[in-house]
Structures are given as C-alpha cells and as structure tokens.
Design a protein around this ligand. Structure first.
Ligand code: DQA
Length: 147
C-alpha cells in the first residue's frame, strides 16, 4: 500500500507557529513520526508540503499517477477557500482523508467551511499530529475492505 501525505501552507512552520494551537512538534518531527508509523505497517509513504495552492493540486494529481492508494490531506488555510483542491480530489479515484491539527469548527467562523470535505471519506480534527496516524489507519481499513 502507498499513501501520500499532503500538507498546505504554513505547516512547514509547525513548532514555531502558534504552539498554543498547533503544539510544539516540528514539521520534521511529525514527518518522522508518520514515516515510522507507516514503515512499521509496511506502508510506503511520500510527503509533500507546499505554501502554494497549485502545488497542492499538482500533488493530488501526481498521487494518482504514482499509483497511490490513499491521500492524507491537510490543506491548512486552503481548506476554507480551495475549490480547485476539491475539484482535484473529485477528479482522481484516490480515497482521501482530511486532517486538521486543531478543531477549525470551534475557531473563527471563516474556518467552519471546508470545501475539500465533500470529496473525503473521513475528516479528523483536534487530535494534533496523532490525527495523521488515525488517517493512515482509516485509509488502511478502507484499502483492506477493497482488496
Ligand atoms: C489547520 C486549520 C486551518 O484553519 C488553518 O488555516 C491551518 C491549519 C489545522 O491543521 O488545524 O493552517 O488546517
């Protein structure tokens, strides 16, 4: 099984960025934790982080062309604006799980809308970095039901 983990803008600054909301784990530490978790399960994993919306659209498409079996996506602020990302997820037959470190639904009103949600099999919020591991579990279960 192969999973792509796609992270949007400012998530490269995890650890530095508003630690009271996003925690003190750095992006590198989170990536290492997800990598170890996947390796232990025999899942191949690939990471993309970009601050640019089009790069995230490209990553969703590339995941498909790479033969990925699932996508874990935290579009960050593009969650609330990114119709192109929704369209990309709808365009490719790769199951995706939406992850947020915080609970956007309990924050400012502008964070309550998620465009990508309509194209995701599951949404996980408010679990910090552990949410990515739960997303991997969800994709693994989804894959097992189909193979
Ligand atoms: C976020 C929540 C978004 O509202 C915000 O713009 C982010 C991070 C999260 O992981 O909690 O950048 O996606």
């Amino acid at each position: 099984m192969k999973i792509w983990i796609i992270n949007g803008p400012n998530l490269n600054l995890l650890g530095l960025r508003e630690p009271e909301i996003y925690g003190r784990e750095t992006y590198g530490e989170l990536e290492a934790r997800i990598r170890a978790y996947c390796e232990n399960k025999g899942i191949e994993v690939r990471f993309v982080q970009s601050n640019h919306e089009g790069d995230l659209v490209d990553a969703v498409q590339q995941a498909y062309f790479d033969g990925a079996d699932g996508i874990v996506l935290n579009p960050a602020a593009y969650t609330h604006t990114g119709i192109a990302l929704l369209d990309a997820l709808r365009a490719v037959p790769v199951p995706a799980v939406e992850v947020h470190l915080s609970k956007p639904e309990e924050r400012e009103a502008f964070r309550r809308v998620s465009y990508v949600r309509a194209a995701c099999i599951k949404t996980i919020t408010g679990m910090g970095g552990d949410g990515y591991l739960r997303a991997v579990d969800a994709l693994e279960e989804h894959y097992a039901r189909r193979h």
